[in-house]
Design a protein around this ligand. Structure first.
Ligand code: NAP
Length: 344
């Protein structure tokens, strides 16, 4: 069995990791940390795991974490970078669900995240954990930067176009929506029920931290910089995310549909709906799937709208982290991720 440690087990992505690790056939939960809940049984905080997980939260302890085969950091930005060098040195593999290793440019990272990077020397080595783009590199990685939720939804909706040079000149518009769990479990006024419910708002329109990450991925996939506008929105639902992407293409709608079908034909977690389909977030709830719909209204040749939906906590965070672990340890990429959405 592969011994797994989770730092930050009481947050939303940490809880999602616990759910997935508990049902993974080759993983054993060896360490689960929370400073606030140290000593509390996991099942007391998450009764859905009663009889399934028999562990208690403990304070993060580097000596104990070092004994794990792999450690997930489901923590705020700026935490994983303090421990990663020591864990890697001890032979442990590290998957950071935060943003510490997502940008290769330490200076840009410092500007966007408002702190100096603690181990910029690891930024080149870290592999950006989007399997649909970097599968082979992830297999050999010691350190994986698990992508952000918006960057995952946006990248998966654009990859077939970026990889094949099918985009015409013009600005990509990424109009994105997230459920409230995207903001984490810590109490903050904007995510209180009475603040978020029955309302809809954009945020970060003047520059969200996921923008440089999306730009980096788009450049990597296209082999050139492509201008992109990204505006996230908060939707009063618990989980789920949609990226609505408006692009200019130099192929017919049929050709573009074919590109998407080919690009994703062997992907275990990405599927393209028949032309004209509108994916819904509830179809991917609690699953590691991304579902994509393609649209071109009559008379709009050269323009394309891509609809890409994921669950922000699963393909957008913990599920993708497990997918990366499966690749890093030579397991079946689908192991522990077979769940389908329960609808309604
Ligand atoms: N929510 C999403 O949809 C989503 C999607 C993709 C990526 N992410 C990223 O994933 C990370 C976790 O997000 P989240 O939404 O799960 O956050 P969260 O709900 O706020 O949980 C944070 C967790 O980290 C622990 N923690 C906080 N400060 C710590 C420290 N200094 N040392 C060790 N543990 C610490 C907390 O427990 P204690 O304070 O008790 O130790 C808690 O368990 C973030 O970087 C976020 O940006 C989130």
């Amino acid at each position: 069995m592969i011994e797994v440690g989770v730092v930050g087990g009481t947050g939303y992505t940490g809880m999602e990791l616990l759910r997935l690790v508990a049902r993974h056939p080759q993983l054993r939960l060896a360490e689960i940390t929370s400073r606030a809940e140290a000593g509390t049984r996991v099942a007391e905080l998450m009764p859905s795991l009663e009889g399934v997980v028999d562990a208690s939260f403990s304070e993060p302890d580097p000596a104990r974490l070092r004994r794990c085969d792999v450690v997930f950091f489901a923590t705020p930005n700026g935490i994983a970078m303090d421990s990663a060098p020591e864990l890697l040195e001890a032979g442990c593999r590290v998957i950071d669900l935060g943003a510490d290793f997502r940008l290769r440019d330490a200076h840009a990272w410092g500007e966007w995240y408002g702190m100096e990077h603690a181990c910029p020397e690891l930024l080149e080595e870290a592999v950006y954990g989007l399997p649909e783009l970097h599968r082979e590199r992830i297999r050999d990685a010691r350190l994986v930067a698990n992508p952000g939720c918006y960057p995952t939804a946006v990248a998966l909706g654009l990859l077939p176009l970026l990889k094949t040079g099918a985009l015409s000149d013009g600005v990509i518009v990424a109009d994105c929506k997230s459920g409230v769990s995207g903001a984490g479990r810590a109490a903050r006024v904007p995510t209180l029920f009475c603040e978020a419910n029955e309302s809809f708002k954009a945020y970060g329109a003047s520059g969200h931290r996921h923008l440089p990450e999306i730009e980096q991925t788009v450049t990597d996939a296209a082999g050139r910089a492509v201008p992109l506008t990204f505006v996230p929105h908060l939707v009063p639902m618990t989980r789920g995310m949609q990226a609505t992407l408006h692009v200019a293409v130099d192929r017919s709608f049929d050709q573009v549909s074919e590109l998407f079908a080919e690009c994703y034909s062997d992907e275990p977690f990405v599927s393209v709906l028949p032309p004209g389909g509108h994916p819904e977030t509830r179809w991917v709830r609690g699953t590691n799937h991304c579902r994509i719909g393609l649209h071109q209204p009559p008379g709009q040749a050269g323009r394309l709208t891509v609809l890409s939906v994921i669950d922000n906590l699963t393909k957008g965070a913990a599920g993708q982290a497990i997918q990366n672990l499966n690749l890093m340890f030579g397991l079946d990429e689908r192991a522990g991720l077979e769940a389908l959405a329960s609808v309604p």
